[in-house]
Design a protein around this ligand. Structure first.
Ligand SMILES: [Fe+2]
Length: 412
């Protein structure tokens, strides 16, 4: 949808008022330069409305305003902070370079005001739309229960995790790839659980507090505070930005049942995309509201969030967020009736995929085992249980965890 919109916008731009006589000369003027950089041939074509670069396997096209806006010169850009110094609003929207050439692995453009921009060929290739749309933002291993168990992903070990950056880096790598990761041997206290999470990131404050700890005492309005089984879901779907990471630690359980259910939502969604692309697309387009209302002693909350069940990056269709919570889904009143019928069918198809027994990973969380769950990807649930069960945990903000991972030069 985005691509269609983008193309429409570009088509509109081509119908803008005629170019000046000087600029018309660019229309059929093709400047072709060949150079050898990094053992790869590069060639430029200066077209009417863009600079075409061939370098490597993919032809790339760069808009002229974009090139001026992304100038890497000292007066335009601060390389220490990656921040732009120039005022984009000052750029002539019809700007064209006076000259262009390839020189020592760089594209060199001279603008009408005499300013010179130099871009390395590799930088342009890495940042072109054509290359970007072929890659993924975050590499992942999609899994069902058999795949995850077969991978034998090791849990981090508490003492090493707290003191050794290599252990933390490996933990984060596993987390990014699979959407779940474990730390074993953690003392069964709220304080130790807090320490293990703070080793990674900031704790997100929500209506449930920072670190929370509860027993099945119905003390809050949410069904999580009961002994009932919970179908798989993502948490805080009613936040405009659902919490990124969920941390659980079972501090004590004197009773039976209570295993945790984990399902890779992206694995299920990709199966749906393969089998029924129209249903997948619909679930990325129809906005759905979620709502949390709580009215108990000391807790009055009314929170709403809206967004599609499946969220994809518009340039490469890569999934980045699933918002699936049948408990908290609110009244659907922004979609016409005929679309709603198709939406229910698509939702049913996704639910069928999520509920396939082979996709369900069941884990018993004993005291000492802390789990981190990517709440934008992996759904969780639990079986019913008996007896006293004390759980603690918290939410982390996805931005902070990914920032931490980038600090270790992990691909996110
Ligand atoms: Fe939950």
């Amino acid at each position: 949808m985005f691509n269609r919109t983008l193309r429409a916008a570009v088509g509109h731009a081509r119908r803008l008022p005629a170019l000046s006589a000087t600029r018309l000369q660019w229309r059929h003027r093709v400047l072709q330069v060949r150079a050898c950089a990094d053992a790869r041939a590069a060639s430029l074509r200066v077209l009417d409305d863009c600079l075409e670069l061939k370098y490597g396997d993919t032809p790339m096209r760069f808009n002229y305003v974009w090139l001026r806006d992304h100038c890497r010169s000292a007066s335009s850009y601060n390389p220490a902070t990656n921040q732009r110094s120039l005022d984009t609003a000052e750029i002539d929207l019809r700007v064209r370079p006076e000259s262009s050439r390839i020189e020592e692995g760089h594209v060199v453009l001279t603008w009408p005001d005499g300013h010179v921009s130099k871009f390395s060929l590799d930088w342009l290739a890495a940042n072109s739309y054509e290359v970007k749309k072929q890659g993924v933002v975050q590499p992942r291993v999609l899994w069902n229960a058999g795949v995850y168990e077969g991978a034998n992903v090791p849990a981090a070990e508490w003492e090493k995790f707290m003191s050794c950056d290599a252990e933390l880096r490996q933990f984060l790598q596993n987390y990014l790839l699979y959407g779940i990761a474990f730390v074993d041997g953690v003392p069964a206290t709220v304080e130790a659980t807090e320490a293990v999470t703070q080793r990674i990131s900031l704790i997100r404050q929500t209506t449930y507090g920072g670190m929370w700890s509860f027993t099945s005492d119905f003390s809050r309005g949410d069904t999580a505070y009961s002994q009932l089984a919970l179908d798989h879901h993502t948490d805080t779907s009613y936040f405009q930005e659902p919490c990124g990471i969920q941390v659980f630690h079972c501090l004590k359980h004197e009773g039976t049942g209570g295993r945790t259910l984990l399902v890779d939502g992206f694995h299920a969604a990709e199966k749906l995309r393969q089998r029924s692309p129209r249903s997948f697309r619909l679930l990325t387009q129809v906005p759905i509201g979620h709502e949390y209302i709580e009215n108990t002693d000391g807790h009055q909350n009314h929170i709403t969030g809206i967004g599609p069940v499946l969220n994809v990056y518009p340039w490469n269709d890569e999934l980045y967020l699933i918002r699936y919570n049948n408990y908290d889904r609110s009244v659907i009143n922004t979609v016409p009736y005929d679309v709603i019928q198709r939406w229910y069918e698509a939702h049913r198809e996704l639910t069928t995929e999520l509920r396939r027994p082979e996709n369900e990973l069941w884990v018993k969380l004993n005291p000492g085992k802390v789990i981190f769950v990517d709440n934008w990807r992996v759904l969780h649930g639990r079986e019913s249980f008996t007896g006293l069960r004390q759980i603690c945990g918290c939410y982390l903000t996805r931005d902070d965890v990914l920032s931490r991972a980038r600090g270790f030069r992990l691909h996110v």
